[in-house]
Design a protein around this ligand. Structure first.
Ligand code: AMP
Ligand code: MG
Length: 501
């Protein structure tokens, strides 16, 4: 009967794809292809990232690229799977989540020799979809594209966006919306929730297999360690302590720090209701589903520590055969998060203030600034960026909005200047260094919303593309885009953000 079947479209060979995750035991995932969509259309393709991944897409026209990144055309060597995981969501354990609307196509080795996952998000139902439709709406796809790429440009570990396509099919949320698919690139998609999935089933073998996989993929240097699983726990704690400090130093609020959104590689993952703070207030929350502020700006270190404690629990049997001893080791490691976070925070804040040396009072100096900022609802980004001008000699009252408005900064500036007097660097060198850690441009909520609205309401992708351009060089002045540095006008302020589901 073979001669009667429609010839399959040839699978494009875009890379030497492998699938190390699909070599793990079969109950780690489900094998299935993405569900094809009606009329894929390429919205955005990240060519620099494609080059970094070593993809060979020269022979593919736009229609072929759209077909590949919509899941209609499976690349050669791909072994599509949906991964199983569980997770604590807002403190409550859900024993089965999993890729309900994502398909991992496989992995490629990038030009730096690192293995990277290529995953379609919004690619149809899977055995993990529960009540969901397996799809994504265009708005959240563009949002993730913008913010994950902005994080990367800011120098913060994050998953990347390789492509965005529209599907030509509607999705139904509160309203009818255009459907879309995001191609996400990650160091891997293993989450704390992946460990919890097996631990909750009492599947110790699977936990060990997964831990070995993670060590082999992300922490190779630990394989020879005397206690590799304890070393793994400590290394993951270290990466997240640094990550959350980096987030907070650009005013980023993840918004949904559940354990299924806590990656083992230490990358920022899942850009649902995340947002950047404009006016500084440590209690800031944007997510519509975070009514109690569990994941508020200033709670993020504690939330990460809580998530890592859930990770530690899954590793207990691997840490020591004596349960009391295992618990002791885990507790010690988790308690150590605080000191690691504090150290990363202070190191980063010293850089933001232009301090190249360390003194005992620096923490208080940082705290005093944040208190003034809080009191005056100063814009987080403009304040730090403006300090670079002040550092290069300008009187602070002339250094822009946060400083000009009131006299409340006067005292702090004096204190800072007297601290700078004990610094070895020249003013110009210091100011230049400060501009490399204090961005001029962040994905401000109102700009993100405007870009999404133009795309969704009017199929106008110009604002999206402009914003992406500005955000690709966040530390450069970019005079032509100066308006993108501005905080929202009162009428533009975005007070709430929503999950993409
Ligand atoms: P998230 O809020 O994106 O972290 O997703 C939490 C869980 O819900 C994951 O297991 C997702 O795969 C699943 N999920 C989210 N949206 C959908 C959807 N539209 N269809 C099926 N599953 C979904
Ligand atoms: Mg998630």
């Amino acid at each position: 009967m073979e001669h009667l079947s429609t010839p399959a479209r040839p699978r494009p060979a875009i890379a030497a794809m492998s699938s190390s995750y699909a070599r793990l035991p079969e109950h780690f995932f489900a094998r299935l292809d993405p569900t094809p969509v009606a009329t894929p259309r390429l919205i955005k393709f990240n060519r620099p990232l494609a080059a970094e991944l070593g993809l060979d897409v020269g022979g593919l026209d736009e229609a072929a690229l759209a077909a590949v990144f919509a899941g209609n055309l499976i690349p050669d060597g791909a072994e599509p799977i949906a991964q199983a995981y569980a997770g604590h969501q807002f403190g409550h354990f859900v024993p089965q989540l999993g890729d309900g609307r994502a398909i991992l196509l496989g992995e490629v080795r990038d030009v730096n020799g690192r293995l990277r996952d290529i995953q379609l998000k919004g690619s149809g139902r899977t055995p993990f979809s529960r009540a969901g439709d397996g799809r994504a709406a265009l708005g959240p796809v563009l949002r993730e594209y913008l913010i994950s790429e902005a994080m990367y440009a800011l120098g913060i570990p994050a998953t990347r966006a390789l492509a965005a396509v529209t599907t030509g099919e509607p999705v139904y949320r509160e309203q009818r919306l255009p459907g879309a698919i995001l191609t996400r690139v990650a160091a891997s998609h293993v989450r704390v929730g992946t460990f919890e999935y097996f631990a909750a089933r009492g599947d110790g073998d699977a936990v060990r297999r997964l831990a070995d996989y993670v060590i082999g993929r992300h922490y190779r240097e630990l394989a020879q360690s005397r206690q590799p699983y304890l070393a793994l726990l400590q290394a993951v704690i270290e990466r997240h302590a640094r990550l959350v400090a980096l987030w907070m130093q650009v005013g980023f609020i993840h918004g949904v720090m559940n354990t299924d959104n806590t990656s083992l590689s230490g990358e920022t993952i899942d850009f649902g209701p995340c947002a950047f703070m404009d006016a500084y207030d440590p209690a800031t929350v944007f997510s519509s589903i975070d009514g109690r502020g569990r994941y508020a700006y200033a709670n993020q270190a504690a939330a990460a520590q809580w998530n890592l404690a859930r990770f530690a629990e899954t590793l207990l049997p691997l840490l020591d055969p004596i349960p009391e001893r295992a618990l002791e080791l885990a507790n010690e490691a988790i308690t150590g998060f605080t000191a690691r976070f504090d150290a990363h925070w202070l190191t980063g804040m010293r850089e933001k203030l232009g301090l190249a040396t360390a003194e005992d009072g620096d923490g208080e100096l940082v705290q005093a600034l944040l208190e003034v900022m809080h009191l005056t609802a100063a814009d987080f980004t403009l304040t730090f960026r403006g300090l670079a001008d002040v550092a290069s000699g300008a009187h602070h009252a002339a250094a822009g909005a946060p400083f000009a408005e009131t006299g409340v900064f006067d005292e702090w500036i004096l204190r800072w200047r007297s601290r700078l007097a004990r610094e070895p660097r020249e003013a110009a060198e210091r100011a230049a260094a400060m501009r490399q850690v204090n961005p001029a441009f962040i994905p401000r909520n109102h700009r993100v919303e405007q870009a999404i609205e133009a795309a969704v309401e009017r199929e106008d992708f110009l604002p999206f593309n402009d914003l992406l351009t500005v955000l690709s060089r966040p530390y450069e002045a970019q005079a032509a885009f100066a308006a993108y540095a501005n905080p929202p006008a009162p009428g533009e302020r975005v007070l709430q953000t929503f999950c993409g589901t």
